[in-house]
Design a protein around this ligand. Structure first.
Ligand SMILES: Cc1cc2nc3c(=O)[nH]c(=O)nc-3n(C[C@H](O)[C@H](O)[C@H](O)COP(=O)(O)O)c2cc1C
Ligand code: SF4
Ligand code: SF4
Length: 434
């Protein structure tokens, strides 16, 4: 069985699955149970300044987007940082770290954007013996209106400044948790690196309104007839997060900066995808909230089995492996030609591919009177839509044409050479360069 041991920022954990800062990591009771279930690490629910505890709403704090089978696809929340006293959290962290020295324990922190506030809390966190800190610059609701969370994460200068304060006043690794509520994630990541961050973690939640109750005309979750925007997470946000992780991994200015991947990780495959795009480990929240702590067993088993199949002996073997294959559109090979192919034995004759291609794509699927569906190669542009809407897995496949064959759609011979938009004759910029 493959060894899942992962070292991230010099912190070794028995596997790359950490719980993200959120309700699953809000208190000693939870974290102990999480470690007993097998999680490799935990980022404790964000702690704030000493003083009157944070106040949460006393009504629903979650909204959900369901799939057709009522599976949770997206989760929205309006919860704030921990509402338990700082001292209690610190005492609990110290006890848990002492009892689980082989697990990663990170303190997530959010205090006002003032150096004195950070100088006050950092020595107290250091005393607990946790392995590092994560700066919560991501929370998009409630705390951001108070000048914290995403309000800091959206201003690269603030990120750099606060990160530098933390590096000056804390000896162990500093992870900067980024908000996705920004146009180009490379700028906050660069700011974190310039401030001395040891790593970035992303994403925190996406600003969102999940739904509107059409009887009360109030956004959900609704508190006494009113709703406010919340933070969206779960499987629905994974594509957004993967793209941002890849952007940071391949940006020359941040290349090599360790990344902790967060957003919709539900299976071992999700984790492997994040890691292949450069994440050194992953953090999980919604999946644990939906299915409980023991979901980590499936994640560990699946990842280990896949690694065995691929011949990877450690997670380091595949971390970042997909990064060189992420490119910009202009560098995609325009000489690559494929055609859709329908497996008639697998087809259940539902007609979805026909409707999609006929109405919204390229009229490249024919339907006979007895409902036999066939691809018309002379029309097919290989857009893949039929594959995406077909309810039978692998019933429609995309088959690459062999160089030397003639594409019946264009009448051109498929070339073996690679050619992209930068040199394409239709590209005005390429013509000007000649
Ligand atoms: C109810 C709830 C509370 C959260 N609280 C925090 C928090 O206190 N600090 C923080 O950094 N992130 C917080 N998050 C964000 C998660 O740590 C994580 O970044 C996000 O949920 C994406 O991961 P997921 O798709 O696995 O849920 C919270 C998320 C949820 C759902
Ligand atoms: S790949 Fe696109 S164009 Fe080709 S048959 Fe499918 S939907 Fe139509
Ligand atoms: S969508 Fe798939 S199963 Fe349905 S008709 Fe087309 S090929 Fe057959």
């Amino acid at each position: 069985m493959a060894d899942l041991t992962t070292t991230f920022l010099g912190i070794t954990s028995p596997n790359p699955f950490w719980l993200a800062s959120a309700p699953p990591t809000d208190k000693e009771y939870n974290v102990r149970r999480a470690f007993e279930a097998g999680w490799g690490g935990v980022v404790w629910k964000t702690i704030g300044e000493d003083g009157p505890p944070i106040v949460n709403v006393n009504g629903p704090r979650y909204g959900v987007v369901y799939g057709a089978d009522r599976r949770v696809l997206g989760l929205n929340n309006i919860e704030l940082i921990t509402d338990r006293p700082l001292e209690v959290n610190l005492e609990e962290m110290a006890r848990v770290k002492a009892d689980y020295p082989d697990r990663a324990l990170i303190a997530s922190i959010m205090v006002p954007c003032e150096e004195e506030a950070w100088k006050r809390i950092l020595p107290r966190v250091a005393e607990t013996g946790v392995d590092g800190i994560e700066l919560n610059f991501g929370c998009p609701h409630g705390m951001s209106e108070r000048g914290m969370g995403a309000a800091v994460g959206q201003v690269p200068e603030y990120i750099e400044m606060v990160t530098r304060w933390c590096k000056q006043n804390y000896d162990k690794p500093v992870i900067v948790k980024l908000t996705p509520n920004i146009t180009d994630i490379r700028y906050p990541a660069r700011a974190a690196k310039n401030g001395g961050a040891d790593a970035v973690s992303l994403i925190n939640t996406v600003s969102s309104i999940t739904s509107v109750n059409l009887d009360t005309m109030s956004p959900e979750p609704s508190i006494d007839g009113k709703g406010s925007h919340g933070g969206y997470c779960g499987p629905a946000v994974k594509p957004i997060a993967l793209n941002m992780v890849a952007d940071i991994a391949r940006d020359p200015e941040t290349a090599g900066l360790p990344i902790s991947g967060i957003g919709g990780v539900t299976t071992w495959r999700d984790a492997a995808e994040y890691m292949s795009l450069g994440a050194g480990n992953v953090q999980v929240c919604t999946a644990a909230m939906t299915y409980g702590f023991r979901i980590v067993e499936e994640m560990k088993r699946g990842l280990s089995q896949w690694m065995d199949e691929k011949g990877y002996t450690s997670t380091a073997d595949f971390i970042g492996r997909a990064v060189p294959n992420v490119t910009d559109w202009q560098y995609l090979n325009l000489n690559y030609v494929a055609k859709a192919k329908i497996d008639q034995d697998a087809c259940i004759k539902c007609g979805r591919c026909y409707a999609a291609c006929e109405d919204t794509s390229h009229q490249a699927i024919s339907m006979s009177p007895d409902r036999v569906f066939e691809v018309i190669d002379a029309e097919c542009v290989a857009c893949n839509l039929c594959v995406d809407v077909c309810p039978v897995e692998d019933c429609i496949t995309m088959v690459p044409m062999t160089p030397g064959e003639v594409d019946p759609r264009t009448g051109k011979t498929v070339e073996a050479d690679y050619a992209n938009w930068t040199t394409h004759p239709n590209n005005p910029a390429a013509q000007a360069a000649e």
